[in-house]
Each structure stands twice: as C-alpha cells, then as structure tokens.
Design a protein around this ligand. Structure first.
Ligand code: KIV
Length: 265
C-alpha cells in the first residue's frame, strides 16, 4: 500500500483522478477508513460538534486537536493526515500560528494542517509553508466565522461575494497552500475556482467539479442524529444497528441469557 503525500494529491489533480477525504477523530475509525483506501484523514475541528457535542467549532482547542490527531496518526498507514487549526490558534499572530501548527505536526503526528480564510490569511499560510508545514486552505462557508456570517449559510451567491471568493482562492494558492477546501458554495463557482487553480480543490457542498470531495464521517455512517444538511449523503445508517445491538445486550443480561457457558471460563 503506497503512502499518500501532498505530491500524490497534485498528481491526482493533474491526471483527473478524484481525491477522497473523510474526517476521523479516533483510532478504530481511522484504521477502518485508512484500510478502505481513503486518500486523506482530516482531524477536523468538527470534532467539537461531532465528538464533544458543542453547538459550533469555536470551543475546540489546540490540545483537543492534538489528542485526536495522535489517535488517528497511530492508525494511519496510507492516508495523508491533516489536522485542523482551531479557532484562535492562528489568527492572533504568525508566531503563534507557527508554534501551534508545529505542535500538531510534532506532538500529533499530522503531516499537514488546515486553516480557514483567504486573503486575510495569506501571510499566515505563507509563513507556515515557508517553514515546510504544508497548508490546506478552506474558504466559502468557514464555520469558525459563524458569528460574522450570521449562521451556516451558502456563500458566494451574489456577484460581489463570488469575486471575493475567487480572490481568496487565488490568495491561498499564491501563499503556497497545497490544496483548498471549498465549503457550501454554488457548483458553478467551485468549477470556476477549480479550473483557475493549479492546486487541487476538495469540496463539501460545492458540487461535482471539485478535484475531490470531503464529508464528516459521522454523517456518512448515519451517526449524526437528525442533523442532515442537503450536501450530506448517508451511505449507511449505523444508529439503528447500534441501538439494536445494545438493546439485545441489555435484555440478554437482564434475562440471564448472557453470558452462556461459551463465554465463561
Ligand atoms: O472540521 C471539519 O470537519 C472540516 C471539513 C468539513 C472540511 O473542516
């Protein structure tokens, strides 16, 4: 099994081969996703919503991301491991951004970091790239900007926003990022950005024309309760299966059907 690097992702774009990315936050899930052949494992700051039950990603800390990155990196054999830089870990100063991104690589075992922002983050992306920390950009609906955006809304519908997102995408590439996440933007805008950049784009709610696609693993597996945005495709519903297994365990214990002699010494 060949290890994926950022160079392979560029080759995939150049050859027209689609890139796959899924979030992972723990060892067993990361092992299964890696063995299934996904190209990138993202320790997203969505860990805040998905694993910690917060309403948004803002409370997630650098230590939270490092903790989960360690578990994912331990399981990974093939995929590229990308750690998300949480809110306020790169916005205050370039120095802090370098220290925090460095910790994610050195302590967490990530091979790259992701951060949200376009022109406003050009200097940060350049500073990290210059010290050989590969950066994945993220524009469009950027969940860390929820209070400015006034909620989770599709971005780039109006012409002025569209032009701004095109400028943001160019700034991210110019700064040295190796790829760019496009979240919740119209498919034709994602197509325009994708064809105007050399680096690969990875879409979530951004249509078919991106160079790759990313989803949150709990959404894919049907473990997100009633939360189901339009762009999510649920490939299996694990929640009823888990409930069935757990209720069977409970009744067998109550009825003294488990353990049997087969499970006893
Ligand atoms: O935090 C996350 O999971 C993400 C992806 C949805 C791109 O940023």
């Amino acid at each position: 099994m060949k290890k994926i690097t950022i160079l392979d992702l560029q080759k995939m774009k150049d050859n027209g081969e689609k890139i796959t990315m899924l979030t992972a936050y723990d060892y067993p899930t990361a092992r299964i996703l890696d063995e299934s052949g996904v190209d990138i494992l993202l320790i997203g700051d969505s860990v805040g919503n998905v694993m910690m039950g917060f309403d948004n990603t803002l409370p997630v800390t650098v230590d939270d991301i490092i903790y989960h990155t360690k578990a994912v990196a331990k399981a990974r054999k093939k995929a590229l491991v990308v750690a998300d830089m949480p809110f306020m870990s790169y916005q205050v100063s370039i120095e802090e951004a370098k220290i925090n991104a460095g910790r994610m690589i050195q302590e967490g075992g990530a091979e790259a970091v992701k951060l949200e922002g376009g022109e406003n983050m050009e200097a940060v992306i350049r500073a990290l790239s210059d010290i050989d920390i590969p950066v994945m950009g993220h524009i469009g609906l950027t969940p860390q900007s929820i209070h400015r955006m006034g909620g989770y809304k599709i971005q780039g519908k109006e012409e002025r926003q569209r032009q701004k997102l095109l400028a943001d995408a160019r700034a991210v590439e110019r700064a040295g990022a190796f790829s760019l996440v496009l979240e919740a933007i119209p498919a034709d805008l994602a197509q325009e950005i994708t064809s105007s950049l050399q680096i690969p784009t990875i879409g979530i709610g951004a249509g078919i024309h991106c160079d790759g696609q990313v989803l949150v693993i709990h959404d894919v597996l049907g473990l997100s309760g009633s939360f189901r945005p339009k762009f999510v495709k649920q490939y299996v519903q694990l929640e009823p299966l888990i409930k069935k297994a757990v209720t069977a365990f409970i009744s067998e214990v109550k009825e003294e059907k488990f353990p049997t002699t087969a499970h006893s010494f």
